[in-house]
Design a protein around this ligand. Structure first.
Ligand SMILES: NC(=O)c1ccc[n+]([C@@H]2O[C@H](COP(=O)([O-])OP(=O)(O)OC[C@H]3O[C@@H](n4cnc5c(N)ncnc54)[C@H](O)[C@@H]3O)[C@@H](O)[C@H]2O)c1
Length: 287
C-alpha cells in the first residue's frame, strides 16, 4: 500500500466553494489536481475563484507571478469522473446530498485505482455509509476542511467504522503536507466541530425568537463575554442558514434527541430565502 510519499495526483469532485478552495490548497502544496464538476461553467467559476485568491496573494507580495502560474498549471478541469482514473487520493466536495454522494462514491470505486483513497468533505453525512457504497470501505475516510479552505487550519479526519489505520494515517499526513492541522474524530453525527458549533447557533436563534436579546446584542455578548471572534448569528449568516438548518436536521434525526430540534425561526428564515450573506439577508442585513 502507498504512503503519503506516493501521492502525486489529487482528484477533487465538486468545484464549488469548498472544492475550489481545496484544489487551491492541494496545488499550492505541489500536487497535480484534477478538478471535476458536472459542467464546464462550474469548473471555470471554481478556477476563476482560485485565480482571484492567488492574484490577491501576488498583489500583497506574498507570492510571485511565476509561483502563481506554476500553481495554476497544476490544476486541470474535468467534466468526467473517468478522468480521475489515475489519481491517488480523491476528495469529494459535491452538494450535501446523501444519495448523490453515494452515487459518486460507487462510481469512483469502479473508476479509480484499487489503492486510491476516497475521501469526503461532507459536513454531516456518515462516512460509514459512504464507505458502504464502495467495495473498498477500508480506503474511505472523511477529510473535513473548513471555509475558506486556503485559510482555515483545521482538517477533521473522520474515521468510518471500516476505515483502516493505514488510510487514516495517510490522510493525516496529507493534511500536514497541505499545511493543515489534522484532528482525528470518530464517525458520529455532526462529527465534532459541527456538533458543538451548530447547536450553539441554533440556541442563539432561540434567544432571538424568544426575545431574550436583539441579534446585535446576542452577537455582542458572545464576542465580548466568551471571546468569540464572531457572534453566533453573524457566523450563521456566513455559513448559510440553509446549511445550519440542514446540519440541525441531521443531528435531530440521527440522535433522535429533542435537544437538537431546529429552531422554528431558523426554519422560517430559510423558507423566506433569507440564507445569510449569500442572499444579502439572514439574521443581519448586508449591503
Ligand atoms: N461551505 C462550507 O462552509 C462547508 C464547510 C465544510 C464542508 N462543507 C461541505 O462541502 C461540500 C460542498 O459544499 P460547498 O459549500 O462547496 O457547496 P457548493 O454548492 O458551493 O459546491 C458544490 C459543487 O458540487 C457540484 N456537484 C454537484 N453534484 C455533482 C456531481 N455529481 N459531480 C461533480 N460535481 C457535482 C456542483 O455543481 C457545485 O459546483 C458539502 O458536502 C458541504 O457539506 C461545506
Amino acid at each position: 500500500m502507498k504512503t503519503v510519499d506516493n501521492v502525486r495526483k489529487i482528484g477533487i469532485v465538486g468545484a464549488g466553494t469548498m472544492g475550489s478552495g481545496i484544489a487551491q490548497v492541494a496545488a499550492q502544496s505541489g500536487y497535480e489536481v484534477i478538478l471535476n464538476d458536472i459542467s464546464d461553467s462550474f469548473i471555470q467559476n471554481g478556477i476563476a475563484k482560485i485565480q482571484k485568491g492567488l492574484g490577491k496573494a501576488v498583489e500583497k507580495g506574498k507570492m510571485t507571478k511565476e509561483e502563481m502560474a506554476n500553481i495554476m498549471s497544476r490544476i486541470r478541469g474535468s467534466v468526467s469522473l473517468e478522468d480521475l482514473a489515475n489519481t491517488d487520493v480523491i476528495i469529494e466536495a459535491i452538494l450535501e446530498d446523501r444519495a448523490a454522494k453515494k452515487q459518486v462514491f460507487a462510481s469512483l470505486d469502479s473508476i479509480c485505482k484499487q489503492d486510491a483513497i476516497l475521501a469526503s468533505n461532507t459536513s454531516s453525512i456518515p462516512i460509514t455509509e459512504l464507505a458502504s457504497a464502495t467495495k473498498r470501505p477500508d480506503k474511505v475516510v472523511g477529510m473535513h476542511f473548513f471555509n475558506p479552505a486556503p485559510v482555515m487550519k483545521l482538517v477533521e479526519v473522520i474515521r468510518a467504522v471500516q476505515t483502516s489505520d493505514e488510510t487514516k494515517e495517510l490522510v493525516k499526513a496529507l493534511a500536514v503536507k497541505m499545511g493543515k492541522v489534522p484532528v482525528e474524530v470518530n464517525d458520529f453525527p455532526g462529527f465534532c466541530t459541527n456538533r458543538i458549533l451548530v447547536p450553539m447557533i441554533n440556541e442563539a436563534a432561540y434567544c432571538l425568537m424568544e426575545g431574550v436579546a436583539s441579534a446585535e446584542a446576542i452577537d455582542q455578548v458572545m464576542k465580548l463575554g466568551a471571546n468569540h471572534p464572531m457572534g453566533p448569528l453573524e457566523l450563521a449568516d456566513l455559513i448559510g442558514l440553509d446549511v445550519c438548518l440542514n446540519i440541525m436536521e441531521v443531528l435531530y434525526s440521527e440522535y433522535g434527541d429533542p435537544k437538537y430540534r431546529p429552531c422554528p425561526l431558523l426554519r422560517r428564515l430559510v423558507q423566506a430565502g433569507r440564507l445569510g450573506r449569500k442572499t444579502g439577508w439572514g439574521f443581519h442585513k448586508y449591503e
